[in-house]
Design a protein around this ligand. Structure first.
Ligand code: AMP
Ligand code: MG
Ligand code: MG
Length: 305
């Protein structure tokens, strides 16, 4: 009997297709101008765009894959309402991805091994300020502990949006990886959660250039676009939905993302109740040695202790 595309390819194709739909929803909220901002806690916002994009993404996955675990950032009553307009549900999957050659080790993955982590709008603080270039949609398809396929979607790229995707063991699509500068080191860190402690930590990395931008997805894009060697966030704050999609795309491109000890975060469903990336986020370009960089991070940490 002829076998259809592997489940991982179907999930990645679905992720790209639904990101395009959710991206349009986010642009429409911005165009209407009524963001419906809610403060979820200290320096942690939610808007109508976060809520609607999440409903679109989760309802689409639930419609196509009712038995697959999806963990999404927003947990309020409105965001959990999956009774969405019919045209918010995807009906066609990205055909190029559907038909790509699935890496052998991922070709027979079963539904119960999968967790999909969704950040429907990463960079909400920046979105609320109109800094739309910092905003991304993040979808990470994870098998057991590992982020293996992902999408970083930029809803405001050239006013029409674009999807950057990766499948570990296959490669990337939607963009080309660029190399970071060779004459100086450039690190990218938080814009909205910056404070004295982060400044002191980053001082330990000098001499270097520091770029501060919003969003975990956007910072990984800086690495992929060759604008930075590494993403440095030396404290708890990001969650698994911030890193699953970006980690998968970065890994597929040859880069790495770990905690401050060089350990990988686990994306298994058991982390739903405690999704915090406790030991920070450190990600490196394919052209920058992660192990060597983490030695430097560990030296800075021990000097600060
Ligand atoms: P940033 O690098 O500050 O733009 O953060 C990247 C992602 O992690 C965003 O989704 C933030 O909301 C989240 N994040 C980072 N630090 C914190 C924090 N201290 N509290 C809440 N969310 C955070
Ligand atoms: Mg986020
Ligand atoms: Mg978010």
């Amino acid at each position: 009997m002829a076998q259809g595309p592997a489940l991982i390819c179907k999930l990645l194709a679905s992720s790209v297709s639904v990101a395009h739909k959710a991206g349009k929803i986010i642009r429409d909220v911005m165009l209407k101008g009524d963001l419906g901002i809610i403060d979820k806690g200290e320096n942690d916002l939610q808007t109508e765009a976060d809520r609607s994009a999440q409903r679109c993404i989760v309802a689409s996955f639930k419609n196509l894959y009712p038995n697959i675990k999806v963990v999404a950032e927003e947990v309020d009553k409105h965001s959990l309402n999956l009774d969405v307009p019919e045209d918010w549900l995807i009906t066609e999957l990205d055909s190029n991805i559907l038909n790509l050659e699935c890496p052998q080790n991922l070709s027979e993955i079963k539904e119960d091994q999968i967790t999909i982590w969704v950040d429907p709008l990463d960079g909400t603080s920046e979105f609320a300020k109109g800094l739309v270039d910092h905003v991304t949609i993040l979808i990470g398809v994870c098998v057991d502990d590992d982020a293996v396929a992902g999408v970083i979607y930029q809803p405001f790229w050239q006013n029409k949006g674009r999807a950057l995707w990766g499948l570990v063991g296959y490669g990337i699509g939607g963009f080309e990886v660029k190399e970071p500068p060779t004459d100086r080191k450039v690190y990218v860190t938080t814009r909205s959660h910056y404070d004295k402690a982060i400044e002191t930590f980053i001082d330990g990395l000098k001499p270097c250039d520091i770029i501060r931008v919003g969003g975990a997805g956007n910072k990984v894009l800086y690495i992929l676009e060759g604008k930075a060697h590494a993403y440095v966030y030396p404290r708890a704050g990001c969650k698994r939905w911030d890193t699953a999609g970006p980690e998968a795309v970065l890994k597929a491109a040859g880069g790495e993302l770990t905690d401050a000890h060089g350990n990988k975060y686990s994306y298994s469903k058991e982390n739903e109740k405690d999704p915090l990336n406790k030991y920070g986020v450190f990600a490196t370009s394919p052209k920058f040695n992660h192990t060597e960089f983490m030695k430097l991070i560990s030296e800075i940490q021990s000097k600060l202790e």
